[in-house]
Design a protein around this ligand. Structure first.
Ligand SMILES: [Zn+2]
Length: 202
């Protein structure tokens, strides 16, 4: 994606300026003016469990394009038929109705080195995760103290660093904790593989 996208976005021919940040697009325009090239779904990363955003404002044209985080991880890739600029597309389901959204790709904003994983303590032991992350119990406590129940991974987290937040829940069927983990893509992929294996055993 970084290779195919333009360093300086060509705006004179098409005027895609309103799509520098996420913007509503109607299906007819999408079909008429754009070609679908593929999508960003990566089955080795457990994207459906991650619902976090980078700390920048979602709507900002400066917001990072963090490929392994919501909403980018499930985007489809489109190209403008006229100027060939690349775009990301997804349907936002969080509002009153489905909202199709399009964003121009600015390669300077792409971040691909970090990934994330979310899981319920009921189904997967945090101990196994810590081992893979190379985090001992003292550091685990320090990290969770630092991030609390935050859903926002700091954009300056390095791939060699570890983010862990913990959200406790109480329900009639039992209590538990939802952990959100973020670190380098390689180690998150490794944990995801273990996680999927454990799920398949159930
Ligand atoms: Zn164009």
């Amino acid at each position: 994606l970084a290779l195919r996208s333009n360093k300086r976005v060509v705006l004179d021919r098409c005027n895609h300026d309103s799509f520098q940040g996420w913007s509503h697009v109607d299906y007819k325009k999408l079909e008429k003016d754009f070609d679908q090239l593929g999508d960003l779904a990566d089955s080795t990363l457990n994207n459906t469990y991650a619902g976090l955003k980078h700390a920048e404002d979602y709507w900002s044209k400066e917001a990072l394009i963090a490929l392994n985080f919501y909403p980018y991880q499930n985007c489809k890739v489109f190209a403008c038929k006229s100027c060939k600029s690349l775009f990301l597309y997804y349907t936002d389901e969080s509002g009153h109705g489905p909202s199709p959204r399009l964003r121009l790709v600015n390669s300077e904003l792409i971040r691909d080195e970090l990934a994330c994983l979310e899981f319920d303590s009921k189904y997967f032991a945090i101990g196994e995760v810590l081992e893979t992350l190379g985090v001992d119990i003292v550091n685990f406590n320090r990290i969770v103290d630092q991030y609390g129940d935050s859903m926002m991974v700091p954009p300056d987290l390095k791939a060699s660093e570890v983010f862990i937040s913990a959200r406790k829940y109480f329900s009639s069927s039992g209590n538990g904790t939802i952990y959100l983990i973020s670190s380098g893509k390689r180690v998150i992929r490794e944990i995801t593989a273990k996680f999927n294996k454990a799920r398949n055993r159930m």
